[in-house]
Design a protein around this ligand. Structure first.
Ligand code: GDP
Ligand code: MG
Length: 784
């Protein structure tokens, strides 16, 4: 829309009346007929406070989807519609909204930036084709911006960067770009340069059209485009920046490289350059990124990024084909005529409409009020209405086609599941891995009669947020676990406001784990009688600490060459059967290829029997052995915390045909574990966070002292924030440190009082680490 109007001197994006009419027309059109090339599914990702919600409000306003942009500080935004979001001025739940821009249908998801809601961000990224990453023009790349950037990389998502808050004191193009290069390791494609600084920031120079885009009115609706000539004070700077851009693009595109060398006139063709950049960022999604500048709050710079979404981010048909996780060669195209495949990325309980599943359609077509099949759960799913989502409003539609994102009304909607047309082939899409649950607390409630209501309310909250862990230890004790203090506080607040239940968090704690610090090898022979029946099994196991977080079992005994391949196949069929909860009778029986090798003779009251080498134990029992070892490694030796980082190597063993059963194997493993642990020097681990603090120089010592002497913090680096040329904020430092999660409890209040609000920090979970001898003894002597 912006660029089609380049010839006009002044152009009003649309008057309010036009906007309202446009919205009405859009609703009548019922949208689902939009072709896939015209759909863009994108997210807004960033560090908390970078301005995601503010930018989104402007986008909706310019697109005519809302009459006025809401403000986060007034609690009037369209996208943060939960009361808890409006009070706190933060996004907690990612909201979705569909709107039209420049003849395209945009499905936008505004994600939360706070570290406690990582799961919510990943849920959304899973179904998006592209993202706008927002950065704060003063702070540049912050820890959490790095995290969301890496998350987007994980899902192979191309990104456009919007450097926001260019109106703020201390905003700097150079600083932000440098921090993007340093911390995100990207090649920046700077598409514009901002003109005028701080309060005078009012326009940008678009380097492809070589025009200055000037925002004229308060709402930024009226825009003037002015060609730049030598008289412009930024002319030289713009020439240099354009040259840098073309040179960067040339590195990735041979055609452009040739034109660049020839200094060809063809480079004036904006479409050519846009196409090239689009290609580049779609293949080098984690390397190259186009960068735009603006100030969402002051209504500057938003329309060009709206244009960039359809110009540079891919449509659904330009993304890799989806495949079945059980059979990666089985792929599905985006066509309407293809079988239906859809993925429910989150669910939400709506007061009026019941359970809604936010769903991306990947192939085929979905029609309202039909029965489909949930292939992840292997069960039928009945679908009521289909809705186009407009934040907390839902517009019914009859059908929806591949490439689109909508909400389905269904009591059986489950987040993370695949919906297919019929169950003739069990096409299942990859599910998300949930993040580590680091904090937990007991939940106190007022009276026993609330218990049932509380159970139901928690179930509903968990349905909406699988990263919330609820444990009911006995009749009265409920423990909730989550990503952080804020995550759990919001649960308590929602229990009160949405369900009328008064609860309190009792002593927030971190989730400790256990591991081992030394290697141990033990061989045992298990021989026993159970109800007169003899049990016998022999095994030799080595346990050692490993770098891998997951515990694992490997084999190191003599066996036939194809044992490992066949056993792997056997396990895969077993896992598939568990996943679909069905016995596949058609699966061929996979047999252990090893021959029996006699190793000893068992003699007891029940007579004599030959014992054979472990290598020929039948696969189902082998599988039971492996599972028993893994299960015994689940609970720690010291405090029964979950164990991690252990490699178990099965070195040797023996079995007999009559005396060895699943029971004998399980008991033998238990016996071995109870005897081996003194050799292993078990240790308790605690979660450690990466912490980044920005504070004035004068507070540096005070903050560091507090970290070291009261919070077991370790300082990694102290850096002068000198990159901010000309900034009045340059007398600040950035302290990076690690700190145990336990010590972060209440840190936001503490740092606010130490610094009178002058310091701000961000943190993310780093890894689990040994707590140290003293803390370990304290924990061991602590009663639960
Ligand atoms: P989010 O956490 O990323 O969604 O950020 P918000 O949109 O909630 O914005 C965080 C704060 O920054 C709010 O107080 C906004 O008013 C403010 N803010 C957002 N954009 C700008 C901007 O361009 N300039 C200035 N000065 N402040 C902004
Ligand atoms: Mg927000």
């Amino acid at each position: 829309m912006l660029r089609t109007c380049l010839k006009q001197r002044i152009y009003t994006y649309s008057s309010i009346r036009d906007r309202i009419n446009q919205e009405r027309a859009e609703r009548l059109k019922n949208l689902p007929t939009t072709t896939q090339e015209k759909i863009r599914n994108f997210g807004i990702i960033a560090h908390i406070d970078a301005g995601k919600t503010t930018t989104t409000e402007r986008m909706l306003f310019y697109a005519g989807a809302i009459p006025f942009p809401g403000e986060v500080h007034d609690g009037t935004t369209t996208m943060d519609f939960m009361p808890q979001e409006r009070q706190r001025g933060i996004t907690i739940r990612s909201a979705a909204i569909s709107f039209n821009w420049a003849n395209h249908q945009y499905n936008l998801i505004d994600t939360p930036g706070h570290i406690d809601f990582t799961a919510e961000v990943e849920r959304s990224l899973r179904v998006l084709d592209g993202a706008i990453a927002i950065f704060d023009g003063v702070s540049g790349v912050q820890t959490q911006s790095e995290t969301v950037w890496l998350q987007a990389n994980k899902f192979n998502i191309p990104k456009i960067a919007f450097v926001n808050k260019m109106d703020r004191q201390g905003a700097s193009l150079e600083y932000t770009i440098q921090s993007m290069k340093d911390r995100l390791n990207i090649k920046p494609f700077i598409m514009q340069i901002p003109v005028g600084e701080i309060d005078y920031f009012n326009s940008v120079i678009d380097l492809l059209s070589f025009q200055e885009i000037i925002w004229l009115d308060k709402y930024g609706s009226e825009v003037q485009f002015r060609d730049i000539d030598k008289s412009h004070p930024y002319y030289d700077k713009a020439i240099k920046a354009r040259d840098d851009l073309l040179s960067n693009v040339s590195e990735y595109d041979e055609t452009i490289a040739e034109l660049y060398l020839e200094d060809s006139k063809e480079l004036l063709n904006q479409q050519l350059l846009l196409q090239s950049i689009k290609q580049i960022i779609n293949t080098n999604y984690n390397q190259c990124c186009p960068i735009y500048f603006g100030s969402a709050l002051k209504n500057r710079g938003v329309q060009p990024i709206l244009d960039a979404v359809h110009q540079l981010l891919p449509g659904p048909s330009e993304r890799p084909l989806i495949f079945d996780i059980n059979n990666p060669n089985n792929k599905r195209k985006l066509d309407k005529s293809e079988k239906l495949t859809a993925y429910v990325y989150k669910v939400l309980q709506d007061q009026d409409l019941g359970l809604l599943g936010f769903t991306r359609i990947y192939s085929g077509e979905m029609i309202q009020k039909q029965n489909y099949f949930n292939s992840t759960k292997d069960e039928l799913i009945k679908i009521g209405n289909l809705y186009r989502v407009r934040a907390n409003r839902y517009v019914p539609i009859n059908s929806v086609q591949a490439g689109d994102i909508i909400a389905i009304q269904s009591k059986q909607a489950v987040a993370g599941s695949t919906i297919i047309g019929s169950n003739d082939d069990k096409f299942v899409l990859q599910q998300l891995q949930l993040p580590q649950c680091v904090f937990f607390a007991n939940l106190e409630y007022e009276s026993a009669k609330d218990k049932l209501k509380l159970d139901q309310a928690l179930q509903q909250l968990q349905l909406e947020d699988e990263s919330l862990k609820i444990t009911v230890a006995d009749e009265t004790l409920i423990t909730i676990g989550g990503q952080g203090e804020l995550h759990l506080e919001i649960v308590v607040q929602r229990l009160k406001e949405d369900f009328g239940l008064n609860t309190k968090l009792k002593k927030l704690q971190v989730e400790y784990k256990e591991s081992i610090s030394e290697e141990g090898v033990l061989e045992i022979k298990y021989q026993d009688l159970l109800k007169g029946r003899p049990l016998w099994f022999k095994l030799k196991l080595k346990l050692q600490p490993s770098e891998q977080q997951e515990n694992e079992v490997i084999f190191d005994f003599d066996r036939e060459n194809d044992f490992d391949i066949l056993y792997k196949q056997f396990k895969e069929t077993q896992l598939r059967q568990v996943a679909t909860q069905k016995n596949e009778t058609s699966v061929k029986y996979i047999k252990n290829p090893c021959k029996n090798i006699e190793v000893e003779t068992i003699i007891d009251d029940h007579g004599e029997e030959k014992a054979y080498h472990i290598s020929s134990l039948q696969f189902p029992m082998f599988y039971h052995l492996e599972k028993s070892i893994l299960a015994s490694l689940n609970r720690g030796f010291l405090k029964s915390y979950q164990m991690q980082g252990i490699k178990a190597t099965l070195l040797d063993g023996a079995f007999s045909v009559k005396r060895t059963s699943d029971l004998a194997i399980g008991r033998a493993v238990q016996k071995l574990m109870s005897e081996i642990h003194p050799l292993l020097k078990p240790i308790i681990l605690e979660p450690i966070m990466d912490l980044e603090i920005s504070c004035p120089n004068s507070l540096q010592q005070k903050i560091i002292n507090d970290l070291i002497s009261h919070r077991r913090g370790k300082i990694i680096e102290i850096k002068q924030d000198q990159n901010r040329a000309g900034s009045k904020n340059s007398n600040r430092v950035i302290i990076t440190a690690t700190i145990p999660s336990q010590e972060t409890i209440g840190y936001s209040t503490a740092i606010r009082s130490i610094s009178q609000g002058e310091a701000f920090f961000s943190m993310i979970f780093k890894k689990y680490e040994y707590v140290g001898g003293q803390k370990q003894n304290e924990l061991i002597s602590e009663i639960f």
